[in-house]
Every structure is written in C-alpha cells, then in structure tokens.
Design a protein around this ligand. Structure first.
Ligand SMILES: *Cc1c(COP(=O)(O)O)cnc(C)c1O
Length: 341
C-alpha cells in the first residue's frame, strides 16, 4: 500500500536563482555556478533550513501545534530560520540554544539579535548550566521540562531536531535537487560534474543525494563538513537520504560507501574560522559581490577552490556551489566571524 506523500507549506521563494560566477570561472579555468539558497526568504536572511521547514511546519500545523521547539548552537541559523518561519504561520517559537561560543556580554549579536526581534522564547544554556550532564543531555532535559509545561497549559508543542534534519525535513532538499535539475533543463545547462555543499546536521546533503537517486543524476555530490564529524556520520546521512526516499514511496538505494565527505576544511573546529575559509569568504565577496557565511559556506567554498588549485577538479570542469545561506552569522561574535577586512 502506498503511503500519502507529505505536504508542505509555501515558505520558499522558489526556484532560487542559479547563475554562473563569471569572474571566478575565468580566474580558475572551471565553470563555476552558484545555487542561491541564501535567497530562500522569507526575510533578507534566507537559508537552507527554510526548505526543510516547509515540510516540518506543515506537519506541525497538521498536528494542531501551538508551539514549535527546536535546538541549535547560540548562533544557529536553523533556530533563527525556524523562529521566522513560525511567525509566518502563527506558531510560537521556542529555542533551546547551546552557547559554544560565549555570547557577547554587551549586545546580542547576529542570530541572537534576530531571535530577539522575532520575539522568540530563547533558552540559552552555558557550560555552568550542564551540572554534570553532557551538553546534549542538558539541552534535552531542559527542553523536555518546557514541553511538559506547555502541554500542562493546554498547548501542543511540535519538536524539531537540531538542523531540522529528520526524514521529513530532508525532503526539502530532495525537492531542491529536482528544482535545480529543472532549471538546468530550461536554461540548457549541461549536467554539472560536481556539486559542493556544506554539511552540518546532514539533511541538506542527504536530500540532494536522495533527489539525485530519484532522477538518476551523475554529479559528484560532495558534503564539506562544517565541524568534525563522528565515525557514524556518513551512515546517518545515508540513512536520512534513504528514509526520505521511502517517504516518497521510492526504493532506499543509497549506499554509505558512495558518499563523498570532506573533512579537510573544518580547521580548528565548528564556528572557528580558518585562514582558508576567511580567504574564500573574501574572494567570493571581492570577485562576485556575494556574501558567504563564516561557519558553513566559507569552508565549503574553501574546499572547492582548493580542489581546483590542487587539480583534484580537472580544468574545464563544471561545478555547482550550493550556497546554503547563513549570512546573519556575519554579524555574530568576532571569534566566529574572524577578521574579514
Ligand atoms: C545548517 C546549515 C548548513 C548545513 O546544513 P545541514 O542540513 O544541517 O547539514 C549549511 N549551511 C548553512 C548556512 C547552514 O545554516
């Protein structure tokens, strides 16, 4: 028996633009294109999480949710995008955030400032709040307490995992891959040799892989890690991609050994800029007038540039750089942003 295909709410300005990076293509001898998911909307600071939220919030609405609770680092783009998307559909956003980098004591920065503007309920956990628990345990226990409270008050809280990366959210990037292929068809662009995308909680990369599996595409889809990934990471991403295929009544055909994870551009760690990521951010701005973010896209673009430089990507190749957003982090704490000028 076929199950119903999940529905989504309209949140994304789709299709997002797909265009060549002419100056960088000339400089590098490769044909570099960009997919502008920094422009997904609904506000100035779009980003990849909006595509997942179209499915996730449709489910929340279907279940009659009053509140939506999610998790992230203090400068989480996902948390801010969730809060913005909730406002569009009359839902109360509740954010449980982990202060990996100490928030600016004087002034809320970046996404913390936007969360305040959106009137989101923000719970910011610092190391002293853990009390012998791991950060994840502390976050989950505090969130569970808040969810029980909302329930006791007669509300219904819809919980979204970190990064919106469950099978349902992943469908947003299965659709995004299809959207890109349709644009290429209409514009007469030959299939790309490779696609580069930043990967964190994994849903974006998993969705692109799932979309490719649906259509039988041949591009190398490289996931460039924004933080050091554990040993089980590629297995988890494979599982997510396969679960998304099953939600679409398709066969789960992805195999872990076919995934191309690149961890060489993490630098010292998540939310810590590297010389290469800062240089990549500057180069995109100074050659194309396009802003990347310091935490995710700058590291993914650093990988792409370095792979061309080292000859891992052959001269004349066509490459799609998938811009996943995160621009609001350019206004985060200076330890996250780095020295840009
Ligand atoms: C969350 C995020 C990513 C990573 O996407 P995942 O689906 O979590 O892997 C990449 N870029 C930006 C700007 C993000 O906010």
């Amino acid at each position: 028996m076929l199950s119903l295909i999940p529905q989504k709410l309209p949140l994304v300005f789709a299709p997002t633009p797909l265009h060549p990076l002419e100056t960088l293509s000339r400089e590098t001898g490769c044909s570099i294109w960009i997919k502008r998911d920094d422009l997904t909307g609904p506000g100035l600071f779009g980003g990849n999480k909006m595509r997942k939220l179209e499915y996730l919030l449709a489910q929340a609405k279907k279940e009659g949710a009053t509140h939506v609770l999610t998790y992230g680092a203090s400068q989480s783009n996902h948390a801010m995008e969730t809060a913005a998307a909730c406002r569009r559909f009359g839902l109360e956003p509740v954010l449980f955030l982990l202060a990996l980098v100490a928030p600016d004591a004087q002034e809320k920065k970046g996404n913390l400032k936007l969360n305040g503007l959106l009137g989101a309920e923000v719970h910011l956990l610092k190391a002293e709040d853990f009390q012998g628990r791991t950060s994840q345990e502390a976050l989950q226990e505090e969130a569970n307490r808040r969810m029980a409270q909302i329930k006791a008050e007669g509300g219904h809280c819809f919980e979204i995992p970190m990064g919106g990366s469950n099978a349902l959210g992943t469908l947003g990037y299965l659709d995004a891959y299809m959207e890109m292929k349709e644009q290429c068809r209409r514009l007469g662009i030959a299939p790309f040799d490779a696609i580069y995308a930043s990967t964190g909680s994994g849903g974006t990369w998993a969705g692109l892989l799932a979309g490719q599996a649906c259509l039988g595409g041949r591009e190398e889809i490289r996931g460039v890690s924004a933080g050091l990934a554990g040993e089980t990471y590629v297995g988890q991403v494979t599982r997510l991609a396969n679960e998304a295929l099953v939600l679409r009544n398709l066969k789960p055909t992805l195999k872990e050994e076919n995934l191309l994870l690149d961890q060489d551009y993490v630098g010292e760690g998540y939310e810590i800029p590297s010389a290469a990521s800062t240089a990549a951010l500057q180069r995109m701005a100074r050659r194309e007038g396009i802003f990347l973010d310091p935490v995710y896209t700058a590291k993914a673009f650093a990988a792409l540039l370095d792979h061309i430089e080292k000859g891992d990507i052959k001269a004349g190749s066509s490459i799609l750089f998938w811009h996943t957003g995160g621009i609001s982090a350019l206004f985060a704490e200076s330890t996250i942003v780095g020295q840009l000028d």
